[in-house]
Ligand binder design. Structure first.
Ligand code: 5GP
Length: 114
C-alpha cells in the first residue's frame, strides 16, 4: 500500500500523542476528536483497509481490539462503555488508508450513527 500520514506517525516523522505501543500496534489520540476520548489503534504493518486483511491477519485484528479494550480498562471507562469503529472505503467514511480502529469514549453515544 502507499504511505499515509499514519506511516509517518509510526516512523516518528510527524508528532502524535501516543498512548500505547507494542511490537505490532500503535495507539495515539485522534487529531480531530469526536468524543472526550478518541484514540486510534493501528497495526504497524500497513494494511490499507479491512478488505485487505487476510486469514493470516486474524490474530492481528483480534489483538488490535484487545489493545483497545485493555486501554479502556486501564483508563477506567470499560464499565461505563465505549465504541470501537473501523471505517472502510468511501461509504464507510474512511479517509486515511491505513487500517485503524477508532476508540471513542467519555460521552453517551447513540445508534444509529449518521
Ligand atoms: P477515518 O475517517 O479514515 O476512519 O479516520 C481517520 C482519522 O484520522 C480521523 O478521525 C482524523 O481526525 C484522524 N487523523 C487524520 N490525520 C491525522 C494526523 O495527522 N494525526 C492524528 N493524530 N490523527 C489524524
Amino acid at each position: 500500500m502507499s504511505d499515509t500520514i499514519f506511516g509517518k506517525i509510526i516512523r516518528r516523522e510527524i508528532p502524535a500523542d501516543i498512548v500505547y505501543e507494542n511490537d505490532e500496534v500503535l495507539a495515539f489520540r485522534d487529531l480531530n476528536p469526536q468524543a472526550p476520548v478518541h484514540v486510534l489503534f493501528i497495526p504497524k504493518r500497513p494494511l490499507a483497509t479491512l478488505n485487505d486483511a487476510a486469514e493470516s491477519d486474524a490474530g492481528l485484528l483480534g489483538r488490535l481490539l484487545l489493545a483497545a479494550s485493555a486501554y479502556a480498562r486501564q483508563e477506567g471507562f470499560a464499565e461505563s462503555g465505549y465504541r470501537t469503529v473501523i471505517n472502510c472505503n468511501e461509504h464507510g467514511g474512511q479517509t486515511v488508508f491505513h487500517l485503524h480502529v477508532h476508540l471513542l469514549a467519555g460521552r453517551h453515544m447513540h445508534w444509529p450513527p449518521g
